[in-house]
Design a protein around this ligand. Structure first.
Ligand code: ADP
Ligand code: MG
Length: 699
């Protein structure tokens, strides 16, 4: 029977009703579903070793020869059954042993030609070598071997099906698979040199060895990184699915009517009054882009990217001012209460010369206060609100939300962005992120957004000096901090908490603060963490901002957005437990003023050499984009995309880093189709079961 990608798995030889149920439980219904699940790695078992050349134990080999003297017997340990045989390939012979697989005595006919792959050990007798519990395959005169004698795909379990059984299933499905039509064939960008779908699926499961042995290493590297033409073809389709969905969202937005804001001399005048400093060239440029969007009739959807400390807040404040002056309400969403409180304070200060008074809406406020703020937003008397997730609750209703700003967007998912937008009719949207992410990731996560980048720091910044130290440096560190505080500086002292549960966090902070206080006698040391009550947190932060606190002990609650320009030292305990991008974020809390600043990465006693090397990347550069790319690369192919974290489904094959060229090409294809009004036709050609593939026909 000839199979198609749409054929049910029950049509594959050897899949009965029970097998079909097993596969269905794993989310596999069709042959296509199965074939898109690629092996997680490959082993080279293509070249059999000549047995005669085998001299040393403790190697893994593939051999091919005739199996003789097969016997099954009980072991001295009565409960174990042993199968023994000898394999002979003409150059020599080697004893073979299997444990507890008595059925092998029947499966392996005596005298059969077989492939074996396994570990060579010194024989139990101490005399000569022995192949122990190898994988086996009987040579088939007409067919190609599946498990041995080739580059072999390795699969994870599917339900109770082991890897070998999955491999057999895939091989049978491919054997009976007919001609596969590739609806994308004519659209595959020539410069990527991608094979058609059928070839890609076959090859990605059973790669052909290259013509020369020299090329083998390169092939395995490409296989491991999913960079072979076959892998890239499959990845391209998933990325195209994403690109089409994003392009569609973008088209939908452009058909909405937004509250256009007009710019008057009055607005220009009040903008000048609120500005505490001259904007940098980059800030001016992105502000112009944002203001141009706000004047349009369809809603803005813009991502403002800029490294930590590049000055995104003032840009957001000015955008807010434009919307407020046009009579709209503005909401600013922040990921932590600490940051919301800080933004609220900053905006209150900045907007003092204007008629607008920011409100604060966070979970830890008294119920009556929350009610008051919500009432104001509903009846329109509240103009501008800064808040956390509390803003997204159903009870929050806006009278006329015109602009939604999301700070530290990478902390929110797509769903939360939608929830924020749903608070207005078709409000303008500005999302900001201080986590500079590689362009490929930005395109996928925010591909439906226009992008503005602040690529310049405010003047007078001195680069932060970063050092890597271990426990032995504590004494000197305390000394250094005392001097720094005496000279008017301030420091953060951050330590990792895996789980910010109430009790653990409180206790860990207390222990930590005690130790720091002891080390820094005479310096005022305070602490904030995720569970510090809002009022207390506010007063501690205010005291720190006012310079009354020398050292602020904190969990990563201060990771995002916290802005105290006088702070000059960032100490990070157990730095090896943080991601590189996170370390860069934390470091971004210092070096914000004119004071010479330091970042001390303290490693714990369990820090491996490898972890230390990883940290060197943060020491070596202050460029957030380079660090983000390094972070991405280091996570490797195992961590495919991290997309789910942002509320998008994971790909089966594509990796945003490894396939960034394919992503760019897919984006270009989708954008061109969008311009010609052919997006729906393009969507019909995409059939991958991974990523947003399954959703693509829906909308
Ligand atoms: P981020 O982009 O990380 O959100 P912030 O908006 O918090 O950065 O700005 C970092 C610091 O730089 C703040 O103290 C802010 O007042 C200051 N700042 C921003 N823009 C300028 C500028 N053009 N000139 C001087 N200081 C600036
Ligand atoms: Mg910020």
């Amino acid at each position: 029977m000839t199979l198609a990608l749409e054929s049910p798995l029950s049509a594959v030889r050897g899949v009965g009703a029970a097998g079909e149920r097993t596969l269905r439980a794993e989310g596999l219904a069709t042959v296509g579903d199965l074939l898109w699940r690629l092996p997680h790695r490959y082993e080279d078992r293509s070249n059999p070793l000549r047995i005669g050349s085998l001299t040393t134990p403790d190697v893994t080999v593939t051999v091919s020869g005739r199996l003789v003297q097969l016997v099954e017997r009980g072991a001295r340990n009565r409960r174990m059954r042993i199968v023994e045989a000898v394999i002979d390939d003409g150059t020599g012979s080697l004893p073979v042993v299997w444990f507890n697989q008595p059925y092998l005595a029947k499966a392996l006919p005596a005298g059969a030609r077989v492939w074996l792959h396994g570990a060579v050990k010194v024989a139990r007798s101490g005399w000569g070598l022995q192949l122990v519990a190898p994988e086996w395959e009987v040579e088939d005169e007409d067919g190609e071997p599946i498990h041995l004698g080739r580059i072999v795909p390795m699969y994870g379990k599917l339900g109770n099906w082991g890897g070998r059984r999955v491999r057999t299933l895939v091989a049978r499905a491919l054997e009976d698979l007919g001609e596969v039509e590739d609806p994308l064939a004519a659209l595959l960008p020539a410069e990527l040199a991608l094979p058609p779908l059928g070839d890609a699926l076959r090859w990605a499961h059973f790669p052909r060895p290259p013509a020369s042995d020299a090329a083998l290493g390169g092939l395995f590297e490409d296989l491991a990184r999913r960079r072979t033409p076959a892998h890239r073809r499959l990845a391209f389709e998933e990325l195209l699915a994403l690109a089409v969905v994003l392009e569609r969202e973008r088209g939908r937005r452009r058909r909405q009517r937004a509250p256009a804001c007009s710019i008057t001399d009055g607005i220009r005048e009040s903008a000048r009054r609120v500005l505490p400093f001259h904007l940098t060239e980059a800030q001016r440029r992105v502000l112009a882009e944002i203001v141009a969007d706000l004047q349009r009739e369809f809603p803005m959807a813009r991502l403002l990217q800029g490294d930590v400390g590049s000055g995104k807040t003032i840009v957001a404040a000015l955008a807010a001012l434009v919307a407020l002056a046009a009579g709209h309400q503005v909401a600013l969403l922040a990921p932590t209460e600490l940051l919301a409180q800080q933004h609220h304070a900053t905006l209150t200060r900045l907007l003092a010369p204007t008629p607008y008074r920011p409100e604060l809406l966070i979970g830890s406020l008294p119920a009556a206060e929350k009610r008051r703020v919500r009432q104001g937003l509903e009846d329109g008397s509240g103009h501008l609100v800064v808040g956390t997730h509390a803003l997204l609750e159903d009870a929050v209703v806006f009278g006329r939300l015109g602009l939604a700003i999301i700070d530290e967007q990478h902390r929110f998912g797509v769903a939360q962005r939608q929830a924020m937008l749903a608070k207005g009719e078709a409000p303008h949207l500005l999302v900001m992120t201080a986590t500079p992410i590689p362009r490929s990731l930005a395109l996928s996560l925010y591909g439906d957004l226009d992008v503005s980048v602040i690529d310049e720091m405010p003047p007078g910044r001195i680069p932060v000096r970063t050092v890597l130290r271990d426990d032995a440096a504590r004494g000197r560190l305390a000394e250094f901090l005392r001097k720094e505080v005496a000279a008017g500086g301030q420091a953060y002292w951050v330590f990792p908490l895996i789980e910010e549960s109430e009790k653990v966090s409180a206790r860990a902070v207390a222990t930590h603060v005690r130790a720091v206080r002891q080390a820094l006698a005479g310096v005022r040391v305070e602490a904030v963490h995720g569970r510090t009550p809002a009022g207390e947190r506010e007063s501690v932060m205010a005291a720190f901002a006012a310079g009354e606190v020398g050292v602020l002990c904190a969990t990563t609650v201060i990771e995002v957005g916290v802005d105290v320009p006088n702070a000059s030292v960032m100490v990070i305990e157990n730095a090896e437990r943080f991601g590189l991008a996170q370390l860069h974020q934390l470091r971004g809390r210092v070096g914000r003023g004119r004071r010479r600043s330091f970042c001390v990465l303290l490693t714990g006693p369990e820090c491996s050499d490898e972890a230390r090397r990883r940290l060197e990347a943060v020491v070596a550069t202050g460029d957030g984009f380079r660090i983000a790319e390094e972070d991405f690369r280091q996570r490797g192919p195992g961590e495919l995309t991290g997309l789910r974290q942002w509320g998008r489904p994971e790909f089966l094959v594509a990796s945003l880093w490894a396939h960034r060229r394919e992503l760019e090409a897919a984006r270009a294809l989708a954008a061109a189709a969008g311009r010609r009004g052919e997006l729906a036709a393009l969507a019909k050609r995409v059939r991958c079961p991974g990523g947003v593939g399954p959703d693509i026909q829906a909308g």
